[in-house]
Design a protein around this ligand. Structure first.
Ligand code: URP
Ligand code: ZN
Ligand code: ZN
Length: 452
């Protein structure tokens, strides 16, 4: 038995100075006989349910290259920062089944993960068989789906998206969309390259705010027609947020996700004509200060529900450099899984409760894991973070666990550190280091969206 003493326990709505008891990998009520319990002193610290990152891409084939982090390194990095569950995107290959995709992602992840892991399923080929397989996915613990509105090799038509929304909702599932208008992006990219505008900064110019905002509006229109809840993934713009608020005002249920890069960085990172900006090439791109401030404000006011990373790492050397001379060849994505808790604690939240809601309780509820995850109530899995909210430190790629040669936040001073991370009641990480690797289990999920 484990006894965490002197800490302040946090939920999405309250804090309370209380002891926490753990036995058999679960949180338990105060025992009648506590003799022999192992003690952890959490004095001066907050105690959170393990953080959940609901949007990662580990060990992903990006066409010309693979992500720098595989499931082993990516989940070790997650755990080091206090994240005890990731939800990664399995992706259907066109012409193949959802079951085959899920088998493939399991073969990549099973036995290699240092934190808990589950999968969303990205649907890229909507047909009769795919429709029937949605139920198989739910039976295998995958109750959320993603559709792409951009990327020619991944996107599905509006009609297919509407059907997917309707069919998934009938199963209690949730569909998220990558909201960018693919045709507009394709046209912009072709025009820029033809005009010799090939530096990384043109990546951002090829995907202006309106490309996202119009896609958000369209996605929510389709969700409305399907009478389905909708998840807007990696929201980056003020205008997109406005369109979400409009849909909510007409009674639609919208789960809104943003990411640390949109809350902490601005498009100044793309620089002038140099290539360093390639480190920040992701889609949607990093936006201007007005967008950043609008998203921060929305996060603080509870209009943003979850903060995930969209962790999709590529080395600068050799991988991002594939786009030297042509920004369209820069692999899209940033690392973030390790540093999200410290970045959000430092820059984006004003209370432990809100932090807990955004990083743990809300994703657990939205994605069918609550109350097994996302809470310190008795009966929950003992995934626990003892958080020193006052520790100040500096993000350095040279010191990170994630297997990538840079950090978008290099040199950023942050506050807050996961002093102790328990996974299923076992001490697995401390002070930014993994102590016990490979302990992560698959998290089969119930119906998504049931509780939020
Ligand atoms: O640039 C990004 N975000 N790459 C990952 C794939 C996606 O669109 O989420
Ligand atoms: Zn996306
Ligand atoms: Zn993504």
């Amino acid at each position: 038995m484990l006894h965490i003493k002197n800490g302040v326990l946090v939920s999405g709505s309250a804090t309370q100075k209380a002891d926490l008891w753990i036995e058999g990998g679960k949180i338990v009520e105060t025992p009648a006989d506590a003799s022999g319990a192992e003690l952890i002193d959490a004095a001066g610290c907050l105690v959170f349910p393990g953080f959940i990152d609901a949007h990662t891409h580990m060990q992903m084939d990006a066409g010309a290259t693979w992500t720098a982090d595989d499931f082993a390194s990516g989940t070790a990095a997650a755990l080091a920062g206090g994240t005890t569950v990731i939800l990664d995107f399995a992706t259907q290959a066109r012409g193949r089944s959802l079951n085959e995709a899920l088998d493939l992602w399991h073969s990549r992840a099973d036995g290699h993960c240092s934190c808990g892991y589950g999968f969303h399923m990205a649907v890229t080929d909507w047909n009769g068989r795919t429709r029937l397989e949605l139920r198989d996915m739910a039976n295998r613990g995958v109750t959320s789906f993603k559709a792409y509105m951009a990327y020619d090799n991944l996107r599905i038509s509006d009609d297919a998206l509407r059907e997917l929304l309707r069919e998934a909702a009938a199963l209690g599932g949730l569909v998220g969309a990558h909201c960018e208008l693919g045709d507009t992006v394709n046209k912009n990219r072709a025009e820029l390259v033809a005009a010799g505008k090939t530096a990384p900064k043109y990546h951002a110019l090829s995907r202006p705010d309106k490309v996202e905002a119009d896609a958000v509006a369209r996605f929510l229109e389709l969700a409305g027609e399907a009478d389905a809840p909708a998840w807007v993934v990696h929201l980056s713009t003020r205008e997109g947020l406005h369109n979400i608020e409009t849909a909510r005002a007409r009674g639609q249920r919208v789960l809104t996700e943003t990411c640390p890069q949109y809350l902490t960085l601005t498009d100044k990172v793309y620089g002038a004509d140099g290539f360093e900006g390639a480190k920040y090439v992701c889609s949607p791109p990093i936006r201007n200060a007005h967008d950043r401030l609008a998203l921060l404000d929305a996060t603080r006011k509870g209009k943003v529900d979850i903060i995930s990373t969209d962790h999709c790492s590529f080395n600068y050397k050799g991988q991002k450099e594939m786009g030297l001379g042509d920004f369209t060849k820069i692999p899209n994505g940033l690392p973030g899984v390790e540093h999200r808790p410290a970045l959000i604690w430092t820059y984006a939240t004003q209370s432990p409760e809100r932090f807990c809601a955004l990083l743990s309780e809300n994703p657990a509820k939205a994605f069918g894991m609550y109350p097994r995850k996302g809470t310190l109530s008795s009966g929950a899995d003992a995934d626990v973070v003892i958080w020193d909210g006052g520790e100040t430190w500096t993000i350095r790629a040279a010191e990170q666990v994630q297997n990538v040669d840079y950090s978008p936040w290099e040199g950023f001073q942050v506050r807050g550190r996961a002093k102790v991370v328990l996974l299923g009641g076992e001490l697995c990480a401390a002070e930014g280091n993994v102590l016990k690797a490979g302990q992560g289990k698959y998290v089969a999920r119930e119906r998504a969206w049931a509780n939020l």
